[in-house]
Design a protein. Structure first.
Length: 490
């Protein structure tokens, strides 16, 4: 069939079903087209929110908790001893170390106590160590995924199965926008200058996509070169006035088309085109750092002057927080250290340590930390046993979903504390008696619990933020049980 005739045929069928009112036509359309209203999420917020916005720093590739946060000095005497069978307890490992000897590898890095409560921090994080009194370290994180793709997908979307909405998209859908001139959900992909340039895990658009939610809620990626947002500048010879006239005409045509077809995505197109026009003024102002005082630039470190660096993205995140962007996702790759971890880890920490600390300081001195939630996490942890050629100063570590460390700071979070604990090998989450556990009641925190807590701080009951799809009400925490980690809340 001629493509134009086929398109018109589909449109006529949609119009017929849309206008048939009741009976089969209405039932079919209700099944095919997801509801775009928010009637199924209740009155938001569900409870008084503690924060207005979230900055999520995602370390793609999974940092080693043993070399950064989870100090295990007793391992120094167990170098290259086999991991006890009762500690591993038959747990699944990756194919890369399935037939390995699983020899213990202590961290080569020194740790020191920091802050009022003497929290142990690696020498690799000297700047972040000065901010521990504002940070809650969750040492009892765990996840279902043992490989990167499902692990990253689970943290970012609440499901290992691709195609679900991202956390930022859920927040945009549930809470709406705070700023009509900037996107509600911004994605900043960071270049890494000093870490692992070879074994780099990919990032995918679905990590900030909308899945079955209306597409207007997807994350807007800011580019590191050229226009910050694609096609932001007018083509040569097109003035802002003529662009406005074209937009007015296209909007009228789209509105007519929307009435005829009834497709809610047409309204999304109209809204996004209007947003793009407003962003022609708001985005260049946002990304121009010339107004920043020199001492602020110095605080973020020398890499702040490099477009696309983690340092620059952290400063942009603070500027977005000032302008009430709801959700900022900063990605930093290069943490997949199966070999040569000490050298590569130094490079990665050079990239993130000073900027992450500066972001917390900057938010605090601007009065923004009290209503901004900052989250730092990878997709899982790293094994206590070594991988590759092992020595006291050179080693790698495999994937480890059983325990890892994430941290949170900002509004409503208790600073200067640790939540949860691991066993002496940083291999299992331990209860107060030192026994292996994955029970929430024993302070174990699943990725679903982390997401439920983020939503709670924004005034959202994760059980009530739902969207009808495939026959039941979907939610970001999925169908399994999830909990708010109330012990870390002030």
């Amino acid at each position: 069939m001629d493509p134009l005739l086929l398109q018109r045929s589909i449109q006529y069928r949609r119009q017929f079903l849309n206008r048939s009112g009741m009976g089969l036509g209405a039932a079919v359309m209700a099944a095919l087209v997801p509801r775009s209203s928010t009637a199924n999420i209740g009155d938001l917020p569900h409870s008084p929110p503690r924060v207005k916005r979230v900055i999520f720093m995602f370390m793609a590739g999974a940092p080693s908790q043993l070399d950064l946060f989870d100090y295990k000095p007793a391992l120094a005497k167990k170098f290259k001893e086999p991991l006890p069978a009762e500690i591993r307890d038959g747990q699944r490992v990756t194919a890369m170390t399935r037939n390995a000897n699983h020899l213990i590898q202590p961290s080569m890095f020194k740790f020191s106590q920091c802050g009022k409560n003497g929290l142990w921090m690696s020498e690799l994080l000297p700047n972040l160590s000065t901010m521990v009194d504002d940070i809650c370290f969750v040492k009892s994180m765990h996840t279902d995924a043992i490989n990167h793709d499902p692990g990253k997908t689970l943290v970012n979307t609440g499901s290992e199965i691709p195609g679900k909405p991202s956390l930022g998209a859920w927040l945009s859908y549930g809470l709406g926008t705070l700023n009509n001139n900037l996107p509600n959900f911004v994605v900043l992909n960071s270049a890494f200058w000093s870490g692992d340039q070879q074994n780099v895990q990919a990032l995918y658009k679905r990590l900030w996509g909308t899945g079955f939610l209306p597409s207007k809620h997807q994350g807007v990626v800011f580019q590191s070169s050229g226009d910050p947002v694609l096609f932001l500048s007018n083509p040569k010879g097109v003035t802002r006035e003529s662009r406005h006239k074209m937009l007015d005409l296209v909007t009228k045509l789209n509105q007519k088309h929307a009435v005829e077809i009834g497709d809610p995505e047409i309204q999304t197109t109209i809204a996004q085109q209007e947003m793009a026009f407003r962003m022609q003024s708001s985005v260049p102002e946002l990304t121009d750092l010339n107004s920043e005082p020199q001492h602020i630039l110095d605080m973020y470190g020398p890499e702040v002057h490099k477009s696309g660096s983690f340092a620059r993205n952290c400063l942009l995140a603070r500027r977005m927080a000032e302008r009430d962007v709801r959700f900022v996702q900063i990605y930093h790759r290069g943490w997949d250290h199966h070999v040569g971890l000490p050298k590569k880890m130094r490079g990665q920490c050079y990239d993130i340590d000073q900027p992450a600390a500066a972001l917390l300081k900057d938010l605090k001195q601007h009065g923004l930390l009290k209503d901004t939630l900052v989250v730092f996490s990878g997709e899982f942890g790293r094994t206590v046993y070594g991988q590759g050629k092992q020595s006291e100063t050179s080693y790698g570590r495999d994937h480890h979903p059983r325990c890892f460390t994430s941290w949170l700071a900002g509004g409503g979070i208790r600073g200067g504390i640790e939540h949860g604990r691991t066993d002496e090998y940083s291999y299992n989450i331990a209860d107060s008696d030192g026994q292996k556990t994955t029970r929430f009641e024993d302070d174990a925190v699943h990725v679903r619990d982390l997401n439920a807590t983020i939503l709670h701080q924004l005034g959202i009951d994760h059980r009530r933020l739902t969207f009808p799809f495939q026959g039941f009400d979907q939610r970001v925490t999925g169908v399994k049980e999830a909990h708010v980690v109330k012990k870390i809340l002030s």
